[in-house]
Design a protein around this ligand. Structure first.
Ligand code: HEM
Length: 388
């Protein structure tokens, strides 16, 4: 790996040393203190639990299971139907929904039990996460392991998680009237807030680790990292719209969109109406728009990461930890784009392939993890001493 030119030519060893001292000072000045390993392991466990929850959420959506439970009973809903009579009464409730009437009429009780399972499991996992959060938290507080700074951050995680669950129900409720599917915008919000919850917990986990880097990143690298993170967040929200609108089914071809580079439907000014944005499933307009935006933003994320890798490796001031992070980000980006294309071209006959869709969703979470880690590394040494 090339030794960074700017470090050698413009910044003497003394400047580097000074920067290191400043970096140490920055770490020391923060209110953070060392937390016991058990606290950090608990935070990592929380991340794994959220990751699983997002994957189960993806399976729930792609198997068309999300509207099978028509009530939101936080305590009594912990138990599934335990006998045939209970099952039949749950099934009767589902039979009264527009989804059953318009899409699943004649469904067998066995098939209903299958879709019920995924939605039930998704909700059960959410409850379990609540306990996995609160019980150790109470213990750690009792032991005095949680100081104010960490407590504030955990409060934010808890708030975001409660918001995700509330949006989950708002989303489900939107699919129980008129439309046989949940509202795409609400689905995107539910998914987006779930990703934000994961992001806050991830950031908190990084924060509890006292990362010390050998030097400072150039402003160019920092800008690239922040832009990548920002565009990635937009891309994830657009992804939620893609899945909510089942947009893959309208244009399941690549690299073109059913033979067009930009679908003609988007050039017709008469299609840019409020109704088309609200009633997105009555016209191909929104599917075309969202798909074009998701693809384009996907390429933009890919391009930003590629440039970040080139610049980042060239100015490899941050040492091995940084280059490993860049390699992982680059690899995850390539896999994510391939998974997106695979999901798209395999979406045929009104069905989006469950495994590809779920892997693409999980890939987004892993890519977000990698990019946030890059941001964290860059943030850990904010000083602008070493500029080109
Ligand atoms: C950096 C790149 C990308 C990221 C971070 C990303 C992220 C996402 C996310 C978060 C979703 C929602 C998943 C869900 O709700 O289950 C999604 C859906 C989707 N994405 Fe991407 N995506 C990327 C690139 C692409 C590309 C390049 C394509 C195709 C050319 C693509 C095609 C799709 C399709 C077809 C869906 C809908 C899948 C479904 O209905 O379940 N994505 N994407």
């Amino acid at each position: 790996m090339d030794k960074p030119k700017l470090a050698v030519s413009k910044n003497s060893a003394a400047a580097l040393e000074k920067a290191e001292v400043r970096n140490e000072g920055l770490q020391g000045a923060s209110e953070r203190r060392d937390y016991p390993r058990s606290v950090r392991n608990w935070l990592i466990l929380g991340l794994v639990l959220i990751f699983v929850q997002v994957v189960v959420g993806g399976i729930t959506r792609l198997t068309g299971s999300g509207l099978s439970i028509t009530k939101w009973e936080i305590v009594t809903g912990s138990l599934p139907p335990l006998n045939e009579t209970d099952w039949l009464s749950e099934f009767d409730l589902y039979k009264a929904t527009p989804q059953y009437e318009k899409m699943n009429e004649g469904m067998s009780l066995g098939d209903f039990k299958f879709i019920y399972f995924w939605e039930y499991f998704h909700r059960l996992w959410a409850r379990m996460m609540g306990f996995a959060f609160i019980i150790p938290l109470a213990y750690f507080m009792f032991k005095g392991y949680i100081d104010r700074a960490l407590g504030k951050r955990l409060g934010l995680v808890f708030f975001a998680a409660a918001l995700t669950a509330s949006f989950g129900w708002i989303m489900v409720a939107s699919g129980l009237i008129e439309r046989p599917l949940v509202n795409a915008y609400k689905l995107s919000m539910h998914l987006g807030i779930a990703f934000i919850t994961f992001g806050i917990l991830l950031w908190t986990t990084f924060w509890t680790a006292n990362v010390k880097l050998p030097a400072l990143p150039s402003p160019k690298v920092r800008k690239l990292v922040y832009w990548t993170a920002g565009v990635l967040v937009v891309q994830i929200l657009l992804g939620g719209m893609m899945s909510g609108m089942k947009a893959a089914l309208f244009y399941p071809t690549w690299p073109d969109l059913n033979g067009e580079t930009i679908p003609a439907v988007l050039f017709n000014g008469a299609n840019w109406t409020f109704e088309n944005f609200v009633d997105y499933d009555k016209h191909p307009f929104m599917a075309a728009l969202v798909q074009l935006l998701h693809r384009t933003t996907g390429y933009l994320v890919a391009g930003l990461i590629a440039v970040l890798a080139v610049v980042g490796f060239r100015e490899n001031l941050l040492g091995r930890r940084w280059s490993t992070a860049l390699w992982i980000t680059l690899a995850l980006m390539i896999v994510q784009v391939l998974l997106g294309i695979g999901t798209l071209v395999l979406s045929k006959g009104g069905i989006i392939p469950v495994s590809w869709g779920v892997l693409h969703q999980a890939g987004a979470l892993l890519l977000l993890t990698a990019v946030l880690y890059d941001v964290w590394l860059v943030q850990s040494c904010r000083s602008t001493d070493l500029q080109d």
